[in-house]
Ligand binder design. Structure first.
Ligand code: ACO
Length: 436
């Protein structure tokens, strides 16, 4: 058996489930091109039973051709290409093209794509007015959720989600406008004037320009620092069916428009258990304060008083491949800026060494994750902590759009509707107010 993506092989293998009333259910076992086999339970409801899997620990919610993670081996592939190769040899917009279209572009495809995305970087002038409705002290993620959702109000003529051209246009618009909106959120928060995008700049360069330039003086960029942020963008572009991506897919499954779906993804990403971890890791380093306090802090972790933020991962039980790339980038950036002796960086390196050699962390397979290093890099680039998750949202937008588009292209998508195990009150009759 093959699905639309041609990836599933059934090979007549089945798992047999025997219910306590003696009925036996045969469930097909499916294989993808990589990764673990899955038991196909989607026809099970006709037997009058559901499965129970809170937080989807054991459930694949879809088939996908976009991203593959092997958490035990520490592999991450975008469309089959290892993340390390993409981070070293590619650039963000090329990775975007790859995620969206499935193949690396040739030179002409790439320049067309870059031109189209760039031409969508400006926002409608009414969006500028929209900003003034927010309090200046609003968290930039609150602004992102609102403004990106509001984009739905601007493109009535091209919101037919069943039209591939409209979907492509929405993808280009989102990709083009997210950095502009993110930079505007930063400027608004600080009371600085908005900077319009410049078409001649690269995608990441343009974002840095809109964040940090001002109309009064020229702004010169350091290519090494641009490259560092570009790496962060590439490393965060997609990560298969995580919480925010699943949110985008679920919202999209009802037929909601792409701007509303991406806004819901941004809302899910905002949570500290998801996009907020690099901020938490940096705050932890600030709390420890000094290298001399590291042993005491590590003992507190072992005593389970608190967790070592930036360590461990639900999927990776080996070194997160993104963390290895980010670690190198961290060294490069700090060296470039002459910050090798930075107090927090030294502290982080001390923590890293202890954790990598301590039995407590080794036994539990707790390795530093990408967030452990990315917070240090972002801080060195001058990006304030409340913008860390916003940067993540800008980078992840292409993953969300690609996953949404893949779902919309599929011929078998239905509205997502999890079931539940009801544990509330059984039937009871209404009691009049005076008798309660
Ligand atoms: N520090 C100390 N101990 C830890 C940590 C940590 N960061 N993470 C897990 N452990 C310990 C647990 O206490 C537990 O120990 P036990 O077996 O003695 O009870 C064991 O390791 C397994 O822990 P789980 O919570 O079952 O591991 P899980 O895989 O569910 O957790 C998670 C993954 C949530 C990421 C966790 O490692 C964590 O809280 N890390 C810190 C937060 C963080 O950095 N998050 C970013 C993830 S990357 C991202 O989202 C982009």
């Amino acid at each position: 058996m093959q699905n639309k993506q041609g990836a599933i092989r059934q090979d007549k293998r089945v798992a047999t489930l025997t219910l306590d009333d003696g009925r036996s259910i045969e469930l097909p076992i499916l294989s993808g091109t990589l990764g673990q086999d899955v038991i196909d339970i989607h026809g099970m409801s006709k037997w009058g039973v559901f499965t129970y899997d809170p937080a989807f620990f054991s459930t694949a919610s879809c088939t996908s051709e976009i991203t593959f993670i092997d958490g035990d081996a520490g592999f991450l592939y975008y469309r089959g290409y290892p993340i390390e190769q993409l981070a070293e040899k590619s650039d963000f917009l090329e990775v975007c093209y790859l995620l969206l279209n499935g193949q690396l572009p040739d030179a002409e495809q790439k320049s067309n794509f870059v031109r189209k995305v760039t031409s969508h970087t400006m926002v409608h002038d009414q969006i500028v007015k929209f900003f003034s409705g927010f309090r200046r002290d609003a968290h930039p993620m609150a602004v992102m959720v609102g403004v990106v959702g509001a984009l739905s109000a601007f493109y009535h003529d091209s919101l037919d989600i069943n039209n591939p051209e409209h979907r492509n246009l929405a993808a280009l618009r989102l990709l083009g406008k997210l950095p502009t909106i993110a930079a505007m959120a930063y400027k608004y928060h600080n009371g600085y004037p908005f900077m319009y995008p410049k078409y001649k700049l690269g995608y990441v360069e343009n974002f840095i320009y809109m964040m940090f330039a001002n109309p009064a003086e020229d702004y010169v960029q350091n290519p090494k620092l641009v490259r560092a942020l570009e790496r962060i963008f590439i490393l965060h572009a997609d990560h298969e069916q995580n919480a925010s991506t699943s949110t985008v897919r679920l919202a999209g499954s009802s037929g909601a428009n792409p701007f509303a779906c991406i806004s819901s993804g941004i809302a899910a990403l905002w949570g500290p258990a998801h996009g907020g971890a690099n901020e938490a890791a940096l705050k932890m380093l600030e709390t420890i304060g000094d290298v001399s306090k590291v042993p005491e802090f590590v003992q507190g972790v072992k005593d389970k008083k608190y967790r070592l933020m930036g360590f461990g991962h639900r999927v990776y039980k080996n070194m997160d491949p993104r963390a290895s790339v980010m670690r190198d980038t961290c060294y490069e950036v700090l060296q470039e800026l002459g910050l090798e002796n930075d107090k927090l960086f030294k502290l982080a390196m001390e923590l890293e060494q202890i954790a990598l050699h301590d039995a407590y962390f080794i036994e539990r397979k707790l390795y530093p994750n990408v967030d452990f290093y990315s917070g240090i890099v972002l801080r060195a680039l001058g990006i304030p902590m409340n913008m860390f998750t916003v940067i993540f949202a800008v980078a992840r937008t292409i993953g969300w759009i690609s996953q949404w588009n893949e779902m919309m292209e599929g011929d078998d998508h239905k509205i997502g509707r999890p079931r539940q195990l009801y544990v509330g009150a059984t039937r009871r009759d209404f009691v009049e107010m005076g008798k309660r």
